[in-house]
Design a protein around this ligand. Sequence first.
Ligand code: ZN
Length: 219
Amino acid sequence: MRNKDQAVVVFSGGQDSTTCLLWAKKNYKKVYAVSFDYGQRHAAELECAAAIAKKLEVEHTVMDTKLLGQLAPNSLTRSDIAVDTDAPEEGPPNSVVDGRNMIFLTFAAVFAKQRGVTDIITGVSQTDFSGYPDCRDVFIKSLNVTLNLAMEYDFNLITPLMWIDKEATWEMADELGGFDLVRNETLTCYNGVKGDGCGNCPSCKLRRRGLEDYLKRRN
Ligand code: ZN
């Protein structure tokens, strides 16, 4: 039995995945949100995710993937590694967790198949990929094929934000009636500050630039 009216959303409680959760709520009858505990420095991230899922009345599951943080220590999991203030000139930022999206999507796929669900939604974006190789479209398409072969199943990895920037992501949240929710309740900041964030980390800068651009043309 395939439940085409159901979807699983990979959900961190940040701007992008919350926008995807709103999008999924509009397009599916039942939505499951799955979050991952990979030893992130800020437990606040998982708390935000739980609070938003509750508010949106979405079933929420947190999966333990702490091993990932131990295998690939980085500035999001280790308090002794400072988060880069700006993107490095070469190479990925030190907030990259190697393999993260592959592992998250693989666990989400196992979870989905158990429930007869094929559609899995993730908020990755190639437009704002900031040096994260596993946010690129080619990776998602490749993983989709691999997951289908691995489990002999027709998964459908869906990426509503793949080709849009942060400004358009704000617009999408607004159109879905979630502008205030995304602005005030999500946590995107690498330093663990909810809403508008610390203002200094690369993630806050990217988010704020998009917000300011969107507000200029918002009625
Ligand atoms: Zn920040």
